[in-house]
Write a protein that binds this ligand. Structure first.
Ligand SMILES: Cc1cc2nc3c(=O)[nH]c(=O)nc-3n(C[C@H](O)[C@H](O)[C@H](O)COP(=O)(O)O)c2cc1C
Length: 273
């Protein structure tokens, strides 16, 4: 208690309605400690897409269970929880998935031109066979019926929800020292067929999981010169699309730029927390 927003809810939506007053337990600690915040930001900033540094060491079930639990506690539209987690450990299944990747990546290579066409085949874009666990996260678009709170006007919200589960999993895995690589260069139908996924279920993410020899400091596509990290300050608009900062927004803009520079210089975690 004592800090703003701590303790009690400020609105009571059941008041004056036929709804029964829900019994809502309230979280005890409204704010994380500096150490807890630092750890969270550390997971966010050091998470990498891992393709090539997988170790064969198995992921203990208790660790995998924690990571999956984090995924299952993602937000979802209308609390739909549209995901399933299809754990792939079979070498045979992985091999078929890998074949599907090889076919798709050969097609992808044809789509780039010039320097990118030269560089694309050199990029390492998956670790399907090397990682001990593969995981397909799906979206069951009709899990809670046709009309879903929050999905009434933008149907794709259920897919976004499954993506939230992916991100939760990715961050939890990083905290556990487990690398995750997202492989999306597939014909989704081939993936469906290989994994026996029904037509009405959408494969959202195919992930490779495993302990790693190391995590890179920077995204591999950045190091390869494929794509630089954009300046966050240039991505900020105010009140209208394309509108830059007014005087009142200048400080926020400068702080965002300063934070990004601090991340770049590996100063962020030590200086901010
Ligand atoms: C939706 C999505 C699909 C991706 N698909 C692939 C992929 O097929 N192969 C790959 O190597 N990386 C894939 N990535 C990883 C990105 O390349 C990576 O996130 C990006 O380069 C930034 O690097 P970082 O994740 O290490 O910060 C994907 C990431 C996302 C979010």
């Amino acid at each position: 208690m004592g800090e703003p927003g701590q303790g009690f809810p400020t609105s009571f939506p059941w008041k004056g309605t036929h709804m029964e007053k829900p019994i809502q337990a309230i979280q005890e600690n409204h704010r994380f400690t500096a150490e807890e915040r630092r750890a969270l930001y550390k997971a966010v900033l050091t998470r990498r897409d891992v393709r090539g540094q997988f170790l064969p060491d198995p992921i203990p079930d208790e660790v995998l269970a924690r990571i999956l639990t984090a995924a299952h506690h993602a937000p979802s539209v209308g609390f739909m929880q549209p995901w399933n987690f299809l754990v792939v450990r079979s070498g045979e299944v992985k091999k078929t998935v890998h074949d599907a990747f090889l076919k798709a990546t050969a097609e992808a290579a044809e789509m780039f031109e010039g320097e990118r066409a030269r560089v694309y085949p050199k990029l390492n874009l998956e670790g399907i066979l090397e990682s001990p666990v593969n995981l397909c996260i799906t979206c069951d678009r009709s899990r809670t019926g046709p009309v879903v709170v929050g999905r009434t006007h933008i149907p794709v919200m259920d897919i976004y929800s499954s993506v939230c589960a992916v991100q939760n999993l990715w961050l939890a895995a990083r905290a556990e020292g487990v690398g995750v690589g997202w492989v999306s260069i597939f014909d989704n139908e081939a993936l469906r067929e290989t994994l026996g996924i029904p037509d009405d279920i959408v494969p959202v993410a195919y992930l490779c999981l495993g302990y790693v020899s190391h995590f890179f400091e920077r995204p591999e596509l950045e190091t390869a010169g494929w794509q630089e990290r954009l300046e966050a300050r240039d991505l900020l608009y105010f009140d209208q699309w394309g509108q830059g900062p007014s005087e009142a927004d200048a400080e926020l803009t400068e702080r965002v730029a300063g934070d990004q520079q601090a991340v770049r210089d590996s100063r962020f975690l030590d200086e901010r927390f």
